[in-house]
Design a protein around this ligand. Sequence first.
Ligand code: 5RP
Length: 239
Amino acid sequence: MDLQNQMKEAVAKAAVREIKDDMIVGLGSGSTAALMIKNLASLIQAGNLKNVRGVPTSFQSEVLASEYGIPLIDLASVSEIDLAIDGADEVDPNFQLIKGGGACHVREKLVAYKATKLFIVVDETKLVDNLNKVFPLPVEVLPSAWKQVKESIESMNASSILRMAKKKAGPVVTDQGNLILDVLFKEGIKNPKSVESSINNIPGVLENGLFIDLTDKVLVGKIEGQLTKVISLEKKVNR
Ligand code: 5RP
């Protein structure tokens, strides 16, 4: 296993220790969340966790969790989620996030908003001083509006590209049937709260990948010497 995967596996294991009997758990998307889902399934199968139900954040997490035998419930049929565990693409020192590297941020954000607690699982490469210097901000847009949204975003001192699929001709199509613009602000994102709302105010935008004041804890996988360590960073901002 390469170093990054070792870090991901370590945080995935640490995160599932936070899950208790009878909890409704938001199941994040991406490679780190997938490891968390597999670890959760092992605990359930071993009889170490009882009556846990998962709320998937994507087609990916739904298929994986059901393959591994985790009981699932629909987001629409729960009024509250006890704990959501998800990955992230960038985490800043105030726990503001960029998510959506897997184009799942719409449902991930809905789950995060319904969750009493949101724990983020990342390897140390995801910690940044300023958001969006490197990782583009994913913005989900209606297919018929992508060019118009692109123009609006580009008038905000940013560049954007339509995310293209790897094993299909044409663009990535989200679980909702929409497209993704990946956006880089010329100077990064200095005020994530106002950028989140300005982008969401553009007609044709469904949601962007900025997660503001939602995170309670960040579990960070690190390699020190030959050893994998997990550091738990506690909440610094209020919801
Ligand atoms: C998917 C996400 C993922 O959580 C994010 O891209 C991190 O993925 P990974 O753990 O594979 O690095 O937001 O939309």
